[in-house]
Structure formats: structure tokens, C-alpha cells
Design a protein around this ligand. Structure first.
Ligand code: MG
Length: 359
């Protein structure tokens, strides 16, 4: 089965509610859907989410990147997948989300060629995947209302966005925990919004006030690895890297510096499953757990992330709620949700049957 071309199309998806972090506030997303065509007629699906403030990619840069990658991979045999992924990663520098979309479509094709779901190709269903759900940064009152609404829908783990004024963040978290009770698991994500000293101040004050959090994600700016280590050394909660870890090389560096307790793998940062597996293996070797996360992405790419997560035991935390924020699904098939539970079909590949939304 040979690659004959790669098509991309843009879809706009309104969100069911505004999504607010320390970095941005959005009501609608645009994703780029990729179809890898082959001479057998079989097709592979993938998608990319442009998040300029995190990955530096835009809709048009992703489309351009995919076009370039398509030219480079054209004519390659799917069965030669190591060579495909080597070329995919070397034919263009950066462009991680464009790479991720093509990478997952190749994995989709590979699993389809074996007539098995992708998680089986990657290692089998080793874990139940239960996602947390995000609460946007806002006034404490709105965040409490959102938290309660999420719990009412069957979620037991909240990912609370913080990273504003440290005093207000402490207040937000204290009030939320008071409102939801201590049996609710709380993860916090500052999206680079604090300095290292502020993060330590928040962590210690939460501890003093008896506010229990499971982990603190990306307290400081992405490239401040020293800051990550300082926070890790000075707060009791585990510190996870998100925007700090794009590549397997970043993972090695952060782990080598003892700067993290865990890593958040996102396909849009690392360039897809091929590199995601490398990060997972580095973390596993170092004895560090991983979370799988996503940007604001549609079902297609989150299905790919879920298949990866289900197949690796070192990935034991799941932040795959993005499709629940999308008011429409551009594809049929793929993962589905029962409350917090991510459900997989037995269909081959990613299980995506068709792209049903055109623009
Ligand atoms: Mg994050």
C-alpha cells in the first residue's frame, strides 16, 4: 500500500462554552483534518489544532506544513513505517502539529492494514482511560458553579485552570475545594502564569490551608527549566511539565535536571504517536509517570491520543476532555464518552469512519 497524496481541510467548531486559561480565551476552534490517500483506496485520518501561543502554528502554517510533508512522503510504502516516520520527522523542522496530523493518519492506516484497532498495534488495552474535566479560569463563583456542574455529570477529577494573581488563585482553589469536598481529585494547571517564587508561595499556602491537589501543571514559563526544578524542590505536590516538554529531547533534559515529577504528552507538541512513544519510554525508564493531554481538539486527534494512552502503562493520567467542549464532531466513529470513561470501538485503526463536516 503506497501513499499517493495527503489532503487537508479546515473545519470550524464552536465550543459549548468559552474556554479560558492564563494564555487565551476562545469560543470557537479551527482544526485541520488530514486524509492520507493510498493506491489501495484505503485512507488514513488525522487532525491538527493550531495553538499559536503554545506551538507557534497557525491554520495556514499547518496547511503549508502538511503540503510539504505530503510531497516528501508521496510514493512511500506504508509497510516501511520506520522509514516513513524518519522522513516525516526530518523533512521539515518544527511544525509539530502538522507532523502529528500526518503521523496519526499513518498509524491509522497501519492498524487498518492489519484490521485491528490502533491500541492493539501499540500494545493492547493496558489501562482504563478515565478523563478529568477542565474548569476554566474565572471568578471563584463561576469556577465553583462549573466545578459542581462537572461533578454532576459523573466526573471525579477536575483540572482547574489557574495562573493569574497568586492570592486570587489560592482563594479560588480554597473555595472550590470547600464547595466540592475533599473526595474530588483536583489537578491545577497554571499554563506558565506564575514565576517560580509565586508558584512556591501558592503551593505552600495551599498546603497550609489544607487544600489538597493531586498535581501542579506548568507553573512557570515553558523554557524556565530551572524554575520548574525550583518549584519541584519547594512544594509538596508533584510538578508536571506541559508547555516545557515538546520533544523527547526536552523530556531527557527535564528529567536529567530533576525538574519534574511527571510529563504531559500532547501529540500537537511532540509531532504525533511516534515521538509520543519515545517520551513515554524515556519517562518510564526514569520512573516518572505521564499524563496524556490535548489542545482544544476534535474527536479525530483526541482518538489518536486515547489509543496511545490506553496502550502504555506509564501513561496513567488522562486529560482528554476537549471533544466534550466541541459543539459538533467533524467525524463519525472514533472514541466516545460515558461520563468520564473514554470508550473504544473494535473498528480498525482510529475507528474514524468518515469526515462528515465540510467547509
Ligand atoms: Mg496544560
Amino acid at each position: 500500500m503506497k501513499i499517493t497524496g495527503i489532503k487537508s481541510q479546515v473545519v470550524s467548531i464552536p465550543l459549548v462554552t468559552t474556554f479560558k486559561t492564563a494564555l487565551r480565551s476562545i469560543d470557537q476552534i479551527e482544526n485541520i483534518i488530514v486524509t492520507v490517500l493510498t493506491d489501495s483506496g484505503q485512507v488514513g485520518f488525522g487532525s491538527a489544532a493550531p495553538v499559536a501561543v503554545i506551538t507557534g502554528e497557525t491554520v495556514s502554517s499547518i496547511i503549508g506544513g502538511i503540503e510539504h510533508i505530503g510531497d516528501s512522503l508521496s510514493g512511500m510504502e506504508i509497510a516501511d513505517w520506520e522509514n516513513i516516520f524518519q522522513r516525516l520527522n526530518s523533512c521539515i523542522i518544527g511544525n509539530m502539529s502538522a507532523k502529528a496530523a500526518v503521523d496519526m493518519a499513518i498509524y491509522d492506516l497501519l492498524a487498518k492494514s492489519l484490521d485491528i484497532p490502533l491500541y492493539r498495534l501499540l500494545g493492547g488495552m493496558t489501562c482504563n482511560v478515565e478523563t478529568d474535566i477542565t474548569v476554566s479560569i474565572d471568578t471563584p463563583e463561576k469556577m465553583i458553579a462549573e466545578s459542581k456542574e462537572r461533578l454532576g455529570r459523573g466526573f471525579d477529577t477536575l483540572k482547574i485552570k489557574v495562573g493569574g494573581d497568586p492570592e486570587l488563585d489560592i482563594r479560588r482553589l480554597e473555595l472550590i475545594q470547600e464547595a466540592v469536598g475533599s473526595e474530588t481529585r483536583i489537578r491545577i494547571d497554571a499554563n506558565q502564569g506564575w514565576s517560580a517564587k509565586e508558584a512556591v508561595q501558592v503551593g505552600r499556602e495551599l498546603e497550609r490551608r489544607g487544600v489538597v491537589i493531586e498535581l501542579m501543571e506548568q507553573p512557570v514559563p515553558a523554557r524556565d527549566f530551572e524554575g520548574m526544578r525550583y518549584v519541584r524542590d519547594n512544594v509538596a505536590f508533584p510538578v508536571y511539565a506541559d508547555e516545557s516538554v515538546f520533544s523527547p529531547r526536552d523530556a531527557l533534559e527535564l528529567i536529567g535536571m530533576n525538574a519534574v515529577d511527571g510529563l504531559n504528552i500532547k501529540l500537537m507538541k511532540c509531532g504525533g504517536i511516534y515521538n509520543g512513544l519515545k517520551i513515554a519510554s524515556i519517562a518510564e525508564t526514569a520512573g516518572i509517570p505521564c499524563m496524556i493531554g490535548s489542545m482544544m481538539e476534535c474527536h479525530i486527534s483526541v482518538s489518536a491520543a486515547a489509543h496511545l494512552a490506553a496502550s502504555r502503562t506509564v501513561i496513567d493520567k488522562y486529560d482528554l476532555d476537549a471533544p466534550l467542549f466541541c459543539s459538533t464532531n467533524p467525524a463519525s466513529g472514533g472514541i466516545s464518552y460515558q461520563g468520564s470513561r473514554v470508550c473504544f470501538s473494535d473498528d480498525p485503526g482510529l475507528g474514524i469512519e468518515a469526515i462528515i463536516m465540510q467547509e
